[in-house]
Design a protein around this ligand. Sequence first.
Ligand code: PRP
Ligand code: URA
Length: 213
Amino acid sequence: MSGAKKPVVLDHPLVRHHLARLRDESTPCAEFRGAMRALSMLLAYEALRDLPARRVTVRTPLEPAAAARVRGRIGLVPILRAGLGMVDPILGLLPEAEVWHLGFYRDETTLQPVAYYNKFPARRPVDVALVLDPMLATGGSAIAALQAVHDWGVKRIKLLGVIAAPEGLRAVHKAFPNVEVLVCALDRKLNRHGYILPGLGDAGDRQFGTLAP
Ligand code: PRP
Ligand code: URA
């Protein structure tokens, strides 16, 4: 991919519907995961519009039909933990995709990403990588993940998120202008603790039921 990419903010009634379920503080964990699944599929559908395909011929029970199959290796790169909830729904669309986990957590004092898991091999990068993280706040975690994917040698990288703050979007664009970013909503700003306003709170905790009682 070449040339600076404009961020894509999905504009669809289904996106707004499932976002409302995610944002609502009274949405229970299981329903929260369901809304995350729906939005992840919608994001992947949009992100993979330009996926390379090869022409094939298949036989229907009646006659041969011209068809197309996805070409190349696609890698899903969820940022732990919250990106995990985006993996299964996208694998449902693309079962052949590889999954390469990346562990980063954000130090809540410095707001800097701390790396704790990366098993990219030295060689053979995937052809297309989708970096998955529902929350783009300061952008620190996403930039660190994009750097790791770039260092692996991946040429085509897209970042899929659910909610972005303008601060995070700007930071990612500055660091990786050629990476296409797709989100479901662009929110107002960060609060002084680095949380997105209005946002949805802590995406990892809300998905996995680990909010402090
Ligand atoms: C959240 C979120 C992103 C990061 C975004 O993860 O899933 O990875 O914060 O913030 P940033 O844009 O300012 O880097 P968190 O650090 O809470 O880790 P967790 O998913 O393991 O709870
Ligand atoms: N991480 C989250 O889960 N939520 C935010 O609002 C910011 C960072």
